[in-house]
Design a protein around this ligand. Sequence first.
Ligand SMILES: C[S@@+](CC[C@H](N)C(=O)[O-])C[C@H]1O[C@@H](n2cnc3c(N)ncnc32)[C@H](O)[C@@H]1O
Length: 289
Amino acid sequence: MFNLRFTIQNLKSFLISIVVLLLLFWSVPTPTLAGNLSSAQNSPPLSLSLFPFSPSLFPPPFSLLPSTDSDEPVYQERVVHSPDGIGKFYLGREISQIMGHLGAAWLERPTRQFEEQPQELVNALHLKPTDVVADIGAGTGYFSFLISPLVPQGKVLAVDIQPEMLEIIETAKQEQQINNVEPVLGTDTNPNLEPASIDLALLVDAYHEFEYPKEMMQAIAAALKPNGRVILVEYRGENPFVPIKALHKMTQKQARKEMAAVGLVWQETMNFLPQQHVIVFGKKEAKES
Ligand SMILES: C[S@@+](CC[C@H](N)C(=O)[O-])C[C@H]1O[C@@H](n2cnc3c(N)ncnc32)[C@H](O)[C@@H]1O
């Protein structure tokens, strides 16, 4: 009898410990929803955790998953969330913190060339010399400057919401005497592009940080020419061995769901990069015509 009570007591303590551990794992509230950049900014998204696998392997408890009610607001705010996120969820995905300009050197790291093969990515965009490309979430302009020689009669609009990033782009542009890269200051909801003005919107490792993904993608879709494309490049969320924080990766399924929500039509996914998906979308009418 004593043994049975002792065992039940032990079992109870064990279960309570598991619940506490799970809550600790998913918690640490960060009240950054006001959109204050300085509080939401984050270091590079490299996963340096002692915990070798991303939390994406361990889905949150069911009570935390979004309901599918159609009258639900576009975004949900939750107190219990990842320390790498802003506590705001869109279509079941938590939006990540922004990589702040203090992490700019990470974007320019020499190892990026073999880790991400950026030149192969740019070659696979099949650009025409006259194309207008918007590099949205341009950061230091790493991709803007790789694209610039491929569109000598066109231009690259390097859009970012951090003025410090645009300053870095402006300095590099002047140093290298490049005339067809134009820094553009966007807002959280609007990339500030003219309607029907761009052939390609390229978003490399940026979309998962958009605080208002729906509004941003609606504005980007409106800025596309009729046969324009959106290309999302995101670290593969399906692969736990890609050494990037979970919220800075995306699964292909999630990316397609979020683009479909703003009427963008999936065209193809290219999987030639070592760690990232290259997912191509077009406008609905372009596909139908
Ligand atoms: C991880 S960096 C990637 C930079 C660049 N694409 C690269 O691969 O080198 C993400 C960038 O997206 C920018 N960003 C976040 N939200 C944005 C938004 N709504 N509009 C434009 N840029 C945004 C951040 O300021 C940051 O510079």
